[in-house]
Write a protein that binds this ligand. Structure first.
Ligand SMILES: Cc1ncc(COP(=O)(O)O)c(C=O)c1O
Length: 214
C-alpha cells in the first residue's frame, strides 16, 4: 500500500503516524504544505529495506555506484539547501499543527447547523492536521465570490476531476462516468486555514459565511 502523505505531516491514524501507515509513503514539502520547504521538495518513508534501496537508486539516475546505471532512474534528490530550510522549520511543526487544529475547531463550532453547508468529516480514531479545511455546498461558486468580495480568499481543491483532464483524454471518459468525483469538484471549497491565520480572521470568515447562507 502506497500512502499519500502530502497533506498529513504530523497526523496519525489509530495511534500510527502518517508516513508509516502503508508499505511506503510519499511526502510533499511543497512550500504551502504543513511543513514546507522554500521551493519544491519531498521525501519517501518506508520501513522496508528493499523498497528504500530501490527509491535511493531511482532518485539517483538509477545508480548506486557512480556512472553505473542499473535501471532507468531520475534525478530526484532533495537539495541540501531545501533540507536546511526544512530542518529549521521542523521544530515548529507541532505548534503550527496545534494552531490549525484550534482554527478547525472554531470552524466546526461556528459553521454547524447550516443546512446547505457540509463540514468535513471527523473521526475519533484519527488526528487530523488540517492542511485544508474543505467544506461542500451546491452554492459553492456563489459563496466563493461572496467571500472574495469581502476580502476572504478561498481555493478549490480541485476543480477538474482526473478523468475529465486532458491528461487522460485518451481513456475516453466523459462527464457522468464518475459522478461523485464530479460532484465534489463542483461543490468543494477550501476555507482559509494556516499557522499565519489569527482566530479573529477565522471568526470573520465564519461571520461572513453565515451571513451568506442567512
Ligand atoms: C494529496 C497530495 N498528493 C500529492 C501532491 C503532490 O505533491 P508535490 O507537488 O510535492 O509533488 C499534493 C500536492 O499538492 C497533494 O496535495
Amino acid at each position: 500500500m502506497i500512502e499519500d502523505g502530502a497533506q498529513s505531516h504530523g497526523a496519525s491514524c489509530r495511534g500510527r503516524a502518517s508516513g508509516a501507515l502503508g508499505d511506503i509513503a510519499g511526502i510533499s514539502f511543497y512550500p504551502s504544505k504543513n511543513l514546507g520547504a522554500f521551493g519544491d521538495a519531498g521525501a519517501v518513508t518506508t520501513s522496508n529495506d528493499a523498497l528504500a534501496e530501490r527509491v535511493r537508486t531511482l532518485r539517483n539516475y538509477g545508480s548506486k555506484q557512480r556512472y553505473h546505471h542499473e535501471v532507468k532512474g531520475i534525478n530526484s534528490r532533495l537539495s541540501e539547501l531545501q533540507a536546511a530550510f526544512l530542518r529549521a522549520k521542523l521544530p515548529h511543526l507541532e505548534k503550527w499543527n496545534a494552531h490549525r487544529q484550534k482554527l478547525a475547531s472554531l470552524y466546526f463550532e461556528g459553521l454547524s447547523g447550516l443546512p446547505e453547508l457540509l463540514l468535513p468529516p471527523r473521526y475519533s480514531f484519527s488526528t487530523c492536521v488540517w492542511h485544508l479545511f474543505v467544506v461542500r455546498t451546491p452554492l459553492r461558486d456563489r459563496l466563493r465570490s461572496y467571500l472574495t468580495d469581502r476580502g476572504i480568499a478561498s481555493q478549490i481543491h480541485y476543480p477538474v476531476p482526473p478523468h475529465l483532464s486532458g491528461a487522460y483524454a485518451d481513456q475516453g471518459w466523459k462527464r457522468g462516468d464518475f459522478p461523485l468525483a464530479e460532484r465534489y469538484a463542483d461543490e468543494v471549497l477550501s476555507l482559509p486555514i494556516g499557522p499565519h491565520h489569527s482566530e479573529t480572521q477565522i471568526h470573520y470568515v465564519i461571520e461572513q459565511t453565515r451571513a451568506f447562507f442567512g
